[in-house]
Design a protein around this ligand. Structure first.
Ligand code: HEC
Length: 170
């Protein structure tokens, strides 16, 4: 019986080694090769190499016409305002009783300064809430910068008046 002393269940051993190799390869694949699932929503293209990332917070006068500020404002708009005012400010996909920002039939005077006050205080008694806690001042100016690009009833405030107001507004 000594010839059976080193008897191994060779089939079981091969299956065991095979499964370990499989587990290792699978681990290696998941960790190093598989890129994961890409959900194409809300994923912005990586900035081209060498491109300087736009820093909204560093813009001194974000109420002045500026395509980069307006683009940043559009992103903020989509996240915070589109739900009620519609994806493009025209109430399409929004609330029928919100303001159509493209038409711009303003009730609070209109213009950048009055719009900023609306974002500070909201419009009491309506669904238009204050964004003071949600958005930084430069983010609120960027949204208004974007709205200026889509509205037919544009601001008549002079850059000097807006600058003077912005210096005191929180
Ligand atoms: C929960 C819904 C809702 C959200 C979110 C919302 N609004 Fe409004 N907004 C309203 C409604 C409703 C009115 C109209 C209030 C009224 O006069 O009855 C309004 C009015 C306005 C007006 C018109 C002010 C005027 O003088 O007539 C502006 C400008 C405005 N919103 C900008 C914004 C911006 C910018 C955002 C995002 C930062 C935003 N709103 C987010 C519901 C909303």
């Amino acid at each position: 019986m000594s010839e059976n002393h080193d008897y191994h269940n060779q089939g079981g051993l091969i299956a065991f080694i095979g499964s370990m190799v499989f587990v290792f390869c699978f681990f290696f694949y998941i960790v190093f090769i598989n890129k994961g699932v890409t959900l194409d929503e809300n994923v912005s293209d990586p900035a081209p190499a060498g491109a300087v990332k736009f820093d909204l917070a560093s813009v001194k006068e974000p109420w002045l016409e500026n395509p980069e500020v307006a683009l940043a404002g559009q992103k903020i708009y989509k996240q915070n305002c589109a739900l009620c005012h519609g994806g493009n400010g025209d109430l399409v996909g929004g609330l029928p009783n919100a303001r159509n920002l493209v038409e711009g039939a303003w009730k609070s005077g209109g213009g950048l300064i009055n719009h900023y006050k609306v974002l500070q205080n909201g419009m009491p008694g309506t669904q238009m809430a204050s964004f003071k806690q949600t958005l930084q001042p430069h983010e609120r100016w960027a949204v208004l910068n974007y709205i200026e690009t889509i509205t037919n009833n544009k601001s008549k405030d002079t850059p000097e008046d807006v600058a003077a107001f912005a210096a005191t507004a929180d």
